[in-house]
Design a binder for this molecule. Structure first.
Ligand code: MSP
Length: 652
C-alpha cells in the first residue's frame, strides 16, 4: 500500500454468458477489501470490468445472429445489475470496447513494437477458444486444452510475437526479491516452475477474425485478447494520457484473480510492464475455485449456481458472508445450499442477530431503550471493554495482509465474547438487585457499545447488516462518515435512544417457529445433558415425526477437547468440565459423575452441542451439552472421536 492509497482489481469477466457465483466470489471479496480500506481512511481505486473481444465472443454473437457489440452490451448490463444487487461499489468499470481502453492497448502494443520486443512471424500451433489460449503440442493433455480439457483448434497464420523469453530471468529475480508479489506461496512455486521450464515467445495478434483492437500499423491483425484484457489495469489508472492519474495509482496494490489465470497475471502481464518500463503490481493473489460437488463450477459442465436466484431466496448479506467466511481464501471450497443455510443460521441469526435482539430487548426492559451512563465497573467489565476496543486494529492488520478469513473470525470472536459476557454478567439477575443498578448500567452500556463497534466492523463485508444494526442502535451520526478510529471503545453516547426492530437475520426455514427475540430471563434449572428428555414428536404431521436435514443442522455439533473436569459441590451426579470447542472454551455441566471420574475425561475428545442456550445447573453455568449413549438400565457412554480430530471440527 503506497501513501495510504489502495488500488485493487478483479479480473474483467468474459461476457460469454451470465455470471455465476464463482465470479461473484472474486468481486465480493474485492469489494469488501475496497470498502474496508476506505473505512480505514485510505484513498481507494477498485476496478472491475468486462473482457469483450476475442474469437469466443465473436462466435457466440454470430451464433445468436447479432452484432458482437449488440451482444456484449446486453450481457454487460446484466453484470452491472448483478454488482448492484450484490452491493458491489466499484470505482471504475472498464469495458474493453471503450475508446479509452482501445487507445491504451494500441499504445502499449506500439511502444513494445518500437522497442523491438514485438516482431512479425508465422504461427502454427493449437488454440483453445474458450480459454483464449495458445498451446504448443507437448503441453496438450490427450490432445485437449490442459486448462479446461476441451478440444483445441489448429491455428496457422501470420502473427506478431512478443519476446517474453527475453524477460524470464528478470522476472524470476523480481519474484525472488519480492516475496509478496505472488500469493499464496503455493502459487508462487507453480509459477516459478513454469518459468523455469522455459518460456516460448507469445503470439500477440490474430488474423482469422475481426472482433478485437487492430494492431496500430497493420489493420489485418487484431491484438490477442489477453494482451488487450490485461491492459485494462492501466486503462483504469489513466494510461496513456493522464500521467497524473497514472503516477497516483500505478502500480496497483492487488490484482485479485482465480488460480487458473495466474499464469497470465504473473508472467505475461509483468513482462508487458517490464517492456514498458513500468513498475509491477505489488501483489497478484490467486484465489481458489468455488466447487460444486467437488468440481469446478462452469457453464459448460452445467453446474453453475446463479447468484440472482440465491439473492432472491436468501438476501445479499448471507451470500457475501458465506463466500468470505466459508471458503478459505486462496484454497478451493465447496458451495452448497446446506452450508449456506448452516452458516447463516449459526453465525448471522444465532450469534449476531440474537445478540442484537436480546441486548435491545433487555435495554428496553431495564432502561426504556435508552443507553445508560456506565457506572460501577468490575475487573471483568474493564477487561471486556479493552478487548472489544482492540478488534478494529487487529482486523485492519489482517486485511492489509489479505487475511480475509482471519479478519472475519476476529469479528465473530467479539460477537461470541459479547454473548458470553452477557451470560457471565447476567443482567436479568442484576436487575433484581437494587444495589446492582450501577453494574447493570455498565453491562448494558458495554454490550450496546460492542454492537456499535460490530456494526462498523461488519459494514465493509455486509453493508446492509451494518446499516440495519446502526439504525436499531438509533445513533444520530451517519454511518458512512464513521472511520476506523471510531471502533475505539466508549464512543457511544449515553442517552442514545435505541430503536429495536425485527430480527436482522430470521433463521432460515424456521418460519413456523417463533424467532427468539425477547430478553432472556435467568434460565431455569434444567436437567443435565445425559438426562435431557427427548421432545415429544409433533402430532398429526404428514411426515410422522421425521425431521428435515435442515432441522438436524440447527444443532451445531462440534468436537470438544476436555481440558479440565471436577465434581460440582453438592450434586452427586454432576461434573463440571472445561471444554475447548475450537472457537472458544466452554464450561459444560453434565450428569455423568456416576459413570466417569474427572481425571478419566481430561484430554478426551467428545461431541458437544455448541449452540444450546446456556443454562445454570446447581448455580453453575453450562454452555453446551455433551452427547452420550445410554441404555435403559442406566449404562452411559460418552460419544467420542479419536485424538486426530481437532477441537472445533464440525460433526454432521
Ligand atoms: N476474461 C478473463 C480475465 C481477464 S483479466 C485481465 C477471464 N474471464 S472469466 O470470466 O472466465 O473469469 C474471470 C474470473 O472468474 C477468473 O478469475 C476465474 O478464476 C473466476 N472464476 C470463474 N469460475 C470460478 C469459480 N468456480 N470459482 C472461483 N472463481 C471463478 O478469465
Amino acid at each position: 500500500m503506497s501513501n495510504e492509497r489502495f488500488y485493487i482489481s478483479t479480473p474483467i469477466y468474459y461476457p460469454s454468458d451470465r455470471l455465476h457465483i464463482g465470479h461473484a466470489y472474486t468481486t465480493v471479496v474485492a469489494d469488501s477489501l475496497a470498502r474496508w480500506h476506505k473505512f480505514a481512511g485510505r484513498e481507494v481505486l477498485f476496478v472491475t470490468g468486462s473482457d469483450e473481444h476475442g474469437q469466443k465472443i465473436e462466435r457466440i454473437a454470430k451464433a445468436k445472429g447479432v452484432q458482437p457489440q449488440e451482444y456484449v452490451d446486453a450481457i454487460v448490463s446484466t453484470f452491472k445489475q448483478l454488482w448492484k444487487r450484490l452491493n458491489v461499489d466499484y470505482d471504475d468499470f472498464v469495458r474493453t470496447t471503450e475508446p479509452r481502453h482501445h487507445k491504451a492497448v494500441q499504445t502499449v502494443f506500439q511502444k513494445i513494437y518500437e522497442k523491438g520486443d514485438i516482431y512479425k512471424s508465422k504461427y502454427k500451433g493449437w488454440y483453445c477458444t474458450p480459454c483464449e489460449t495458445f498451446w504448443v503440442e507437448n503441453k496438450l493433455h490427450e490432445g485437449n486444452c490442459p486448462d479446461c480439457g476441451r478440444p483445441v483448434e489448429l491455428v496457422e497464420e501470420e502473427s506478431y510475437f512478443f519476446k517474453i523469453s527475453k524477460y524470464a530471468n528478470r522476472l524470476l529475480k523480481h519474484i525472488e526479491e519480492n516475496p509478496g508479489f505472488i500469493r499464496p506461496e503455493a502459487r508462487k512455486n507453480e509459477m516459478v516452475n513454469f518459468i523455469k521450464s522455459g518460456l516460448e515467445d507469445l503470439c500477440v495478434s490474430r488474423t482469422t477474425f475481426d472482433w478485437g483492437i487492430p494492431v496500430p500499423t497493420n489493420e489485418d491483425h487484431v491484438i490477442y485478447v489477453w494482451f488487450d484484457a490485461l491492459t485494462n489495469y492501466l486503462t483504469a489508472a489513466g494510461y496513456p494520457d493522464d500521467q497524473g492519474r497514472l503516477a497516483k495509482w500505478w502500480p496497483a496494490d492487488v490484482h485479485l484473480v482465480g488460480k487458473e489465470i495466474m499464469r497470465f497475471h504473473t508472467i505475461i502481464w509483468p513482462i508487458i510492464l517490464m517492456a514498458l518500463d513500468l513498475p509491477l503490481p505489488k501483489t497478484v493473489f490467486g484465489h481458489g475455485w468455488l466447487l460444486f460437488d467437488n468440481d469446478k463450477m462452469s457453464k459448460s459442465k452445467g453446474n453453475v449456481v446463479d447468484p440472482n436466484l440465491l439473492i432472491d431466496e436468501f438476501g445479499v448479506d448471507p451470500i457475501r458472508y458465506f463466500l468470505m467466511r466459508e471458503i478459505s481464501f486462496g484454497q478451493d471450497g465447496n458451495f452448497s445450499r446446506r452450508a449456506l443455510i448452516e452458516r447463516t443460521n449459526a453465525d448471522l441469526a444465532n450469534d449476531l442477530g440474537n445478540l442484537l435482539n436480546r441486548t435491545l430487548a433487555m435495554l428496553n426492559k431495564y432502561f426504556d431503550g435508552v443507553v445508560p451512563e456506565p457506572q460501577d465497573k468490575t475487573e471483568l467489565d474493564l477487561e471486556y471493554a479493552k478487548a472489544a476496543g482492540e478488534v478494529g486494529t487487529a482486523v485492519d492488520d489482517y486485511l492489509k495482509n489479505l487475511q480475509l478469513n482471519e479478519a472475519l473470525a476476529k469479528i465473530w470472536q467479539l460477537v461470541g465474547r459479547a454473548n458470553k459476557y452477557l451470560d457471565q454478567r447476567a443482567p436479568w439477575a442484576l436487575a433484581k438487585d437494587e444495589s446492582a443498578q450501577g453494574q447493570l448500567a455498565t453491562v448494558m452500556y458495554n454490550v450496546v457499545e460492542t454492537l456499535r463497534i460490530v456494526a462498523l466492523l461488519v459494514k465493509s463485508f455486509l453493508p446492509d447488516t451494518g446499516a440495519k444494526i446502526w439504525a436499531q442502535l438509533g445513533i444520530a451520526e451517519s454511518l458512512a462518515e464513521q472511520v476506523l478510529a471510531d471502533t475505539a471503545f466508549g464512543k457511544l453516547k449515553p442517552g442514545t435512544v435505541t430503536q429495536k426492530g425485527d430480527p436482522i437475520f430470521p433463521r432460515i426455514e424456521e418460519k413456523d417457529e417463533e424467532p427468539e427475540v425477547e430478553a432472556k430471563e435467568e434460565p431455569k434449572e434444567v436437567k443435565p445433558a445425559a438426562e435431557e428428555k427427548k421432545p415429544e414428536p409433533k402430532q398429526a404431521e404428514p411426515t410422522e415425526g421425521l425431521i428435515s436435514i435442515d432441522d438436524f443442522l440447527k444443532c451445531e455439533l462440534v468436537v470438544g477437547e476436555v481440558l479440565a473436569a471436577e465434581p460440582v459441590k453438592g450434586a452427586d451426579r454432576l461434573l463440571k468440565l472445561q471444554v475447548d470447542v475450537g472457537s472458544d472454551k466452554r464450561q459444560i455441566v453434565a450428569g455423568i459423575a456416576l459413570h466417569y471420574k474427572p481425571e478419566e475425561l481430561v484430554g478426551r475428545r467428545i461431541i458437544v452441542v455448541k449452540n444450546l442456550k446456556p443454562a445454570k445447573l446447581r448455580g453453575e453455568l453450562s454452555q453446551g451439552m455433551l452427547l452420550a449413549a445410554s441404555t435403559p438400565d442406566g449404562k452411559l457412554e460418552l460419544v467420542s472421536v479419536s485424538d486426530n480430530m481437532p477441537a472445533g471440527s464440525r460433526v454432521k
